[in-house]
Design a binder for this molecule. Structure first.
Ligand SMILES: [Zn+2]
Ligand SMILES: [Zn+2]
Length: 351
């Protein structure tokens, strides 16, 4: 499935690649479709066509080039899609995800939406016994979620009168729901950091599902216009101690509203991908008065990828319920178009 230009993702017949030194050939089993793929199709990222899309993948190694352990052959493997140079300024300053020479499958290199794809040997991730390819494709999205969390939960922690830390997730789509689960895990693994998570979304069904997934409170917010009533309810829940709003929808209006929901020193973390043309109108005075931080979490880091791969070993993390539909490769262009028109749950491609 090849990105050929804005709005065009089409099937193509390509020769099966041959692994060079340091590379492995993967027979792809499963690929997660991501909002990033949709935004690439819409021309919102500087991806040069033609490019095979797909960066959330798992498959069986069928051949390796010199320097890659032949023991991989026949193994089902996960894939760490991004590569960081390690020597540019952001890499040296501890922000490898902002690498000036960033490489990623389905972006700078052909990716997983193909029967076969090439990866570097060091991008292969060994799977524990029993982990399926459908599960392994969650490594990358979960790594991005964990990066958003480490951005939100940076010190100093803000605690309410009851000693709890409050986080509001804006947008109850796939990543919002994955965030809620990850937040509950981080809370259960650390007694000192009781976290209450709430969610806000225009879609009543999504709010209901997020509540079932562990959000403590949820609000249905109008898609446009005034949301004063919701803001008052959120502020009452926050009790003056909202540590972070993690904004997953990428909608400008949600960023504007986040400033209303904020309490003193709230950290607003932009995590959803926006259309580059979008603009938000924000009040500098409310930023100053409440001493707010507006920050962002873009992509994953090597550390959050490792943490995500480990976290997926825990069966309590529910990824299956996040999958809305399983499709085949030929259905990808329709699915991406559908994603551009309305938000869907996770779409999994099985080859
Ligand atoms: Zn992704
Ligand atoms: Zn770099």
């Amino acid at each position: 499935m090849v990105f050929r230009g804005i709005g065009e993702v089409q099937a193509a017949s390509l020769p099966t690649p041959v692994p060079a030194a340091g590379e492995a050939l993967l027979r792809v089993h499963s690929v997660g479709l991501c909002m990033t793929d949709m935004h690439i199709m819409m021309g919102h990222f500087a991806v040069k066509p033609p490019r095979v899309l797909g960066h959330e993948l798992a498959g069986v190694v069928t051949a390796v080039g010199a320097g890659v352990d032949p023991a991989w052959i026949g193994q089902l493997a996960g894939v760490s899609p991004a590569r960081f140079c390690g020597h540019c300024l952001p890499c040296r300053n501890g922000s490898p995800h902002l690498c000036a020479n960033f490489e990623c499958l389905g972006n700078t290199h052909d990716g997983g939406l193909a029967e076969f794809t090439l990866v570097r040997g060091e991008q292969l991730v060994a799977l524990p016994n029993g982990m399926t390819a459908e599960r392994a494709v969650w490594m990358e999205p979960l790594a991005c979620v964990l990066h958003a969390l480490e951005t939100a939960v940076a010190l100093p922690r803000i605690k309410g009168n009851d000693g709890r830390t409050r986080v509001l997730v804006s947008g109850a789509g796939t990543l919002g729901r994955l965030l809620i689960q990850a937040l509950r895990f981080s809370a259960s693994n650390d007694d000192d950091s009781a976290v209450s998570v709430a969610v806000v979304d225009p879609n009543a069904d999504k709010v209901r599902i997020a509540l079932a997934a562990g959000a403590e409170a949820g609000w249905i917010v109008p898609r446009s216009g005034s949301a004063d009533e919701t803001a008052a309810q959120i502020r009452a829940w926050a009790d003056g101690s909202l540590m972070a709003v993690i904004e997953t929808s990428g909608k400008a209006i949600a960023v504007e509203r986040s400033l209303d929901w904020a309490t003193p020193r709230t950290r607003i973390v932009l995590f959803g991908v926006s259309d580059p043309q979008d603009r938000a109108a924000i009040s500098p005075s409310s930023i100053l008065a409440k001493e707010l931080s507006i920050t962002a979490a873009a992509g994953m880091t090597p550390a959050t990828f490792d943490a995500a791969a480990r976290l997926l070993n825990d069966d309590r993390l529910d990824t299956a319920s996040l999958v809305e539909q399983v499709i085949n490769l030929e259905q990808v262009p329709d699915a991406l178009t559908r994603m551009s028109q309305r938000s869907t749950g996770k779409i999994l491609v099985r080859l």
